[in-house]
Structures are given as C-alpha cells and as structure tokens.
Design a protein around this ligand. Structure first.
Ligand code: GLU
Length: 483
C-alpha cells in the first residue's frame, strides 16, 4: 500500500510565517510516520506582482533549518502554466466554466438590498465568447450542498447557492490560485491537503473543480482528504499579524532558537503528545502525531513558552555541542551561516577559542537563546568595556562604600597566591563582612567595574578566566573613571 502524498505549497510573498512553518511540519510528520509517505515542496510563484525570488530562497533556507527534508521537489508552480491553461480549457469545453464580461461596478449596480455578496450569475447563460475583457467563471450548482470531509473539523457543509461563481481565469488569461493549485495537486497525486484554516472556504470550490476535472479530463484522481489547521493567535486571542506580532521564522533562527526546540514547539500548536511531557524528541513527534488529534480551536503562539522551551533545549546540550551551535554568534568568521544584523562587538583577533571553551558552560546555564550569548561574554573579549552607566553611577560613582570595596579588592587580589574562583570569592565575602554587606551587595561594584554591568555569568569564575592582570586593570580604571 502506498503512503500519503502530501505537499507544502507556500507563496513566496514575504517572510516565512510561523504558521507556514507549522503547516510544513504537520505535512512532513504525516509523511514521515507512514512507510512510503511522500512530502513535496511546491513554490506557488504565479503572482508576479507579489512574488520575489529572495522569498523563495528564504523558504528553502527555513525548510533546511527546520530539517524538513523533501522526497520530491522543490517544484515551481510557474513551470506548470501550460497545464493550468489546458485544465481551464477542458473545463470550459465541458461547460463547467463560462465567459463573463461584467465589471465589479456593474455587479454592484445590479445588486438590490438584501442580496448575498458576490457575483450574481448575470453571464451564466449569455453564451459569451472569449475576448480581452472576458474572464472565466465556474458555474456553481444552484441547488444542494457541498460537504467537505475535514479530518480536523468533521463534515463541513457549504450551501451551494451561497458560493459565488468565482473567477477561475482572469480576462488577462491568468489562471488563478484555486485551479492552479488543484491542477498541480492532481498532477502530484496529492492524497491529503493539510493547510491553514484560512483556506477552508476554498475547499468546496476546489472540491468542485477537482470533481469537474475528473469528468472533463477522464483522468480520475480521488479527491484528497482535507485537514484545515487551527488559526494561530496572539496573547489577545487575535489572529497573528505580520505587523503586530513576531511571525517571521527567520527571526527566530537569527535570535538563536534551536531548530529542534522550534520544531517541538510548532508541533504543540494545535496538537500535543501523549502524557504530560511537552518536550519530546522528534522521533516521538513522528511516532505519535495524528492528524485526527489536531484540535480545531485557535492555538496561542506563546513566545514566552517557546523561549522557555528553547532554554531547556540549550541546557540539555553537551558542552561541546553548545560551543558548536553558538559559533555563528560568537565567532561568525568562517561559519557557513551567520545571523543577520548580529555581529559580535569583538574582532577575530580578540576572540579566543580557548577562553570561550572555559566560559561557555557558565553562560549555557543562563541563556534562553543563543543570541543572548554575545552580550553576556563581551567583557571577556573586548578591551573597551561598554558600561551600563546608571548602574555604574549607582554602585560606584555615587557610592563611597562601592569604591572602597573596589580598593580593598585591588589590594587583596594583588596579594593572592592562587588566582582561582574560590579565593577570589573569599576576598569579596570578607570585604562584605567588614562592611556589614551580604555577598550579593558586596560583589555588585566589583562586577560592574570588571564586566560593565550588574548581570552576567557567575562572577568569580569569570574573574578567574579573565585573569589577574585584566581584572585588576579594570578595577583600577573604574576608580579612575568614577573620580
Ligand atoms: N499557496 C497557498 C498559500 O500559501 C497554498 C494553500 C494550499 O495549501 O492550498 O496559502
């Protein structure tokens, strides 16, 4: 028995939306869980006004990042224009389509109050011929209902009289989405159409086109199983919007989300694995995913949860794997890929792989995304520190106790026989005790002087790795700068 043949067919009109990534993943999971399953990528690039080649590249890059491997394709819809044309002509010859020369204004004018929206069927029986002003419309049956069998939503009924005689081919000769898409799906013998909820209203029209083509061409292809995935919404339960919400998959890659974490999170948008654990390996997703278990209620795209999940994945990496995956952020030179707009503040000469290897485990515990690493380790690699000025003023310039802690630390650090985290810590503990301060307070001016800010990796290990000379230089400089 052959497995499901599924396709992901984005239009290259913008960034790779997280909803598209979810659609691609659900298709891919279905193909992967069944022996003989086939996953196809088809770029629907027939809208010359809106399509751009860079978005096509973006789709390829995002699919590769997510690890959604193809069995066939990538295909380009624009390679199939002749087939779309031929399908339209066969439908027309069999009477499924008719020519119409109404302008939108004329349709509006004819419409009295209380009429349903859309086209009124004026040209259905006028027997017009092809001309430069005639579009081809589909003749929707006036009677009956069309039932879409949707795995997620059950039987969805559409009353035919409420469906418009929609345009299939523009007067310019351009075959529109509904037919182009169906022609290609038939050609590729697609068994399951899995796509976003916004396409549900297209389903009855496309089913009619499919069945009409079965008759008009004699090539009888079973109508596919439909599955319309739930809408993605933001915290306010509003549909995710390009303008308001962070929806570009590329931006998550650039911020340093791990593809494994991102895929795991996407799988939870409308579905969940068995048991209580939501963090599950890809093999479990493939094994447990069932289209029938996908919910039809809107799914909240929760960036906080995604971030948290990413942090868990980051911490679960081995130290070596962490060093490897963080390379594009800390040492982009020579990496195959580097995040856009995120160059480290240090140069290749200033970077030390040996130092980073020591420091990496300290930050691995503290970051949720890889993009947070550069700020956290910058003080190890640059000579000119960036100071968080309000903090510097608060704990050093305007605080005599802070300055005296720094002076004390300089004196005692110069005399230390071993430059290691434990004695470095003990010195500050002692200084704190002498000033009646808890360690957390006592270390604040030291941290600010050496790292430029009040937050960062564990301080005393950091001082150990930074070395005596640089630490003391920075402590002295901070005193000078505060004066
Ligand atoms: N090109 C359509 C889109 O990007 C595909 C819809 C479908 O899967 O049929 O929304």
């Amino acid at each position: 028995m052959s497995g499901p043949r599924v396709r992901f067919c984005p239009s290259p009109t913008g960034f790779f939306h997280v909803g598209s990534a979810r659609t691609a993943l659900f298709n891919w999971l279905l193909a992967r869980q069944t022996p003989g399953g086939v996953f196809i990528l088809r770029i629907e690039d027939t809208d010359a006004q809106r399509d751009r080649e860079e978005w096509v590249e973006g789709i390829y890059a995002a699919m590769a990042w997510l690890g959604l491997t193809l069995d066939e394709g990538p295909f380009r819809q624009s390679d199939n224009l002749a087939a779309h044309d031929s399908a339209a002509q066969k439908l027309r010859r069999s009477g499924y389509l008719y020519y119409c020369d109404c302008t939108p204004a004329q349709v509006e004018e004819r419409k009295g109050p209380g009429q349903p929206p859309g086209y009124d069927g004026f040209c259905r029986d006028r027997g017009l011929e092809r001309s430069t002003t005639t579009a081809l419309r589909f003749r929707i049956p006036r009677e009956g209902v069309t039932v879409v069998h949707d795995v997620i939503r059950g039987e969805v009924e559409f009353v035919n009289s409420l469906i418009d005689d929609f345009v299939v081919v523009r007067s310019s000769g351009i075959v529109l989405y509904a037919l182009a898409n169906v022609t290609d799906d038939r050609h590729d013998r697609i068994s399951h159409v899995i796509r976003g909820e916004e396409h549900l209203a297209n389903a009855p029209k496309q089913m009619m086109l499919w069945e009409a083509l079965n008759k008009a061409t004699g090539d009888v292809v079973p109508v596919p199983v439909y599955a319309h995935l739930p809408l993605l919404v933001n915290e306010q339960r509003k549909k995710l919007s390009k303008r308001r919400d962070p929806v570009a998959t590329e931006s998550y890659r650039d911020q340093g989300y791990l593809p494994e974490a991102f895929v795991n999170y996407l799988a939870l948008l409308g579905w969940s694995p068995r048991g209580d654990e939501e963090i599950v390996p890809l093999s479990t997703l493939i094994e447990q995913f069932r289209l029938e278990d996908v919910s039809h209620s809107p799914a909240f795209f929760d960036v906080k949860k995604l971030r948290h999940m990413n942090g868990e994945y980051v911490r679960a990496l081995t130290p070596d794997a962490f060093i490897k995956v963080s390379a594009p952020w800390v040492r982009p030179w020579g990496c195959d890929w580097r995040p856009s707009d995120r160059e480290p503040a240090w140069s290749e000469d200033q970077f030390s792989a040996a130092l980073y290897a020591k420091v990496a485990p300290l930050v691995q515990e503290r970051v949720a995304t890889l993009g947070e690493i550069p700020d956290m380790v910058e003080f190890f690699f640059v000579e000119d520190l960036r100071y968080d000025e309000p903090s510097f003023a608060k704990v050093i310039t305007n605080d005599p106790v802070g300055r005296s802690l720094i002076e004390g630390a300089i004196l005692r650090y110069e005399r230390l026989t071993t430059w290691e985290a434990t004695p470095l810590h003990e010195v500050v503990q002692e200084l704190g005790d002498e000033h009646g301060l808890a360690l957390r307070k006592a270390q604040a001016p030291i941290r600010c002087a050496v790292t430029g800010t009040l937050v960062g990796p564990p301080l005393f290990e950091s001082l150990e790795y930074l070395g005596r000379k640089r630490t003391i230089q920075r402590l002295r400089y901070a005193l000078a700068r505060s004066g």
